[in-house]
Unconditional design. Structure first.
Length: 100
């Protein structure tokens, strides 16, 4: 990335971070849980419509940073390694779609 691109991403980061937090507040505890992907896709579509692919990049960076922090938190609180926490997440995915 060049400096101009960095500055553009930095300018949109606070707004997209706010939207990400709003999204997560709406998704936590959502019933039925099958609605989570649909709501996430709606949020991604809204970011894309307003900010284009750079907005999606910031959305992914924000979600990745927060997910990583939470994986580390769960790891520390549960006494498991990061890898063990991720293995449990992968197992949950396989249980949903056993064909993989």
């Amino acid at each position: 990335m060049n400096e101009e691109e960095d500055m553009g991403l930095a300018r949109m980061t606070p707004e997209i971070s706010r939207r990400t937090l709003t999204l997560l507040r709406g998704l936590a505890g959502l019933e039925p849980p099958e609605q989570v992907p649909e709501e996430a896709m709606n949020a991604a579509d809204a970011v894309f419509a307003e900010y284009g692919t750079d907005g999606l990049r910031v959305l992914v960076m924000t979600l990745a940073a927060w997910a990583t922090a939470q994986i580390e938190n769960v790891s520390e609180l549960s006494g498991r390694s990061h890898e063990a926490v991720l293995d449990a997440m992968e197992l949950a995915c396989l249980e949903v779609d056993p064909e993989e």
